[in-house]
Design a protein around this ligand. Structure first.
Ligand code: ATP
Ligand code: MG
Length: 389
């Protein structure tokens, strides 16, 4: 029996004139995600994508990879069943047995995309339903709240049979919304922020600031590992690593301690904007959440925004920590983020940071600290991360 994976596209079908571009990117992202299964075939009809593999392929692995592709709302494994209805009924009994043996109630939904088929949808429902009731006497039909629904979809020479589809990753295909630079720390929040913006179609690259020897090589490894986990959703990810030690030491030695945190963040934002400009990223993304720490009060945010030359997207700004952690678990970054290595933001942190600094005092303080020569000689390392390297 030949099985396929059926994918339903989500919002793409609403995209009017841009639809072709969205579909092409989705197809490209699917092909990248399935590169470990070189012999698959992909085709599309009536906003359903069909992916078939050589007979005998275990579909569990490609199915799991496809569940992570943005732009797909639902997916299911299906039997590419016979066009001959008597044969199809026999195939249905065999193929659906594991699913139907687990439940007590079911119903059949038929769709006839191929209108030449000699039975119409109500006939297919009635005849297939009756046959399954005979074969599985423990079952009864419940048309309102069945435990399982059997779908029979008639399309181009085959009838596809499957049970309830599962939810896909949703969102829009990565890359359809332009490019953004994620400020990636080793914490819980920033990987989740990157995931959420990639889900809305942004192609993501990342920038990480490190301060050796105050931060260790293991802290860098942790961030690379997080970037790799994110690249599962984005298919690849460019990571820029910025050596930040000299700038931090310079601020520590030259500015008022209680303003250190915000001054530091402004330096990060300036460098990130410069990198974003070089690589064509039109926005920055951070994992900030209002009020979470001293640098995330409204006053501090106003001070950091003022130095940016492009929008800073903060998808978690209104999200509680616990909800962020739940998402981190869902996207599989939780365990890596839990590793205890230090971040540059925790180096030289003032005992009493000013929680609501005014822009005037920040600008006055910056006049005393000229970091430009230090920024000009930064040696930024760039790595290309994929789920496989
Ligand atoms: P996270 O859990 O993402 O580390 P946080 O709660 O620890 O966030 P902060 O340390 O104030 O909060 O950082 C706020 C945001 O600044 C982070 O979400 C991230 O986007 C960015 N950021 C912090 N540290 C770094 C770093 N070392 N490199 C790049 N970006 C950083
Ligand atoms: Mg942090």
């Amino acid at each position: 029996m030949k099985e396929v994976i059926l994918l339903k596209q989500g919002e793409i079908i609403l995209k009017g004139l841009n639809r072709r571009r969205f579909e092409d990117l989705l197809r490209k992202n699917i092909c990248t995600a399935l590169r470990a299964f070189p012999e698959f075939q992909i085709r599309e009809a009536q906003s359903t994508i069909y992916i078939s593999f050589p007979e005998g392929t275990d579909l569990a692995l490609p199915f799991a990879a496809l569940q992570k592709i943005f732009g797909i709302v639902s997916l299911t494994q299906a039997l590419e069943g016979s066009y001959d209805f008597d044969k199809l009924k026999q195939q249905a009994a065999e193929y659906l047995a594991p699913a139907l043996n687990r439940v007590k109630t079911f119903k059949v939904i038929a769709r006839r995309a191929d209108k030449r088929y000699l039975k119409n949808s109500p006939q297919i429902c009635a005849e297939l339903g009756e046959f399954l009731l005979e074969r599985f006497p423990h079952l009864t039909v419940d048309v309102h709240t069945p435990e399982a629904t059997v779908f029979a979809e008639v399309r181009e020479g085959s009838i596809y049979l499957h049970t309830d589809p599962v939810r896909g990753a949703g969102g829009l295909p990565a890359g359809t919304g332009g490019r953004g630079l994620l400020m990636l720390s080793g914490g819980f929040d920033s990987p989740v922020a990157g995931y959420l913006m990639a889900k809305r179609g942004l192609e993501i690259s990342a920038i990480h600031f490190e301060s050796p020897p105050y931060t260790s090589p293991r802290a860098r490894e942790k961030v690379i590992q997080l970037a790799r986990k994110l690249s599962v959703y984005t298919t690849r990810l460019t990571l820029h690593i910025v050596p930040f030690t000299e700038i931090q030491e310079h601020l520590r030695d030259n500015c008022r301690e209680e303003l250190f945190t915000v001054l530091l963040r402004r330096e990060m934002i300036r460098i990130a904007c410069w990198v974003a400009e070089q690589e064509g990223s039109r926005c920055l993304i951070t994992g900030e959440s209002l009020g979470q720490v001293a640098s995330q009060t409204l006053g501090a945010i106003c001070c950091t925004d003022q130095t940016a030359d492009r929008p800073i997207l903060r998808p978690l700004i209104g999200t509680d920590k616990q909800d962020i952690i739940d998402l981190a678990r869902k996207i599989d970054t939780f365990e890596t983020s839990s590793l205890p290595y230090e971040d540059c933001c925790t180096v030289f942190t003032p005992k009493h940071p000013k929680t609501n600094p005014s822009l005037e005092e920040i600008l006055r303080e910056e006049e005393k600290t000229d970091t430009k020569p230090l920024i000009d000689r930064l040696e930024i390392v760039t790595e290309r991360i994929t789920p496989w390297n």
